[in-house]
Design a protein around this ligand. Structure first.
Ligand SMILES: [Zn+2]
Length: 85
């Protein structure tokens, strides 16, 4: 059985589990590239661990290439301001 959400299409799956939808969502939403150097952070190139703060998904991510580590949060809307000229 292959895993359609995996970066490796040949990844082995041990069978259907109750957590499969969460796993597929994690694989689809996780960061793929380092925000500091742009290298991949999937597989052996880094790690991205998901945790939750209420209804907000946070991906604690580490890059093996440059050593950057931090939290990445996907947002739907950003409110900011522009400084006066
Ligand atoms: Zn990096």
């Amino acid at each position: 059985m292959s895993d359609p959400g995996a970066s490796d299409p040949g990844a082995r799956v041990s069978g259907a589990h109750w957590w499969d939808p969460d796993r597929a969502n994690h694989l689809a939403a996780r960061p793929r590239f380092c925000p500091n150097c742009g290298d991949a952070v999937t597989g052996a190139e880094g790690i991205s661990v998901e945790y939750w703060e209420a209804d907000r998904k946070v991906f604690h991510t580490w890059c093996n290439t440059c050593g950057w580590a931090g939290d990445i949060v996907r947002i739907q809307r950003m409110v900011g301001h522009e400084p006066e000229d």
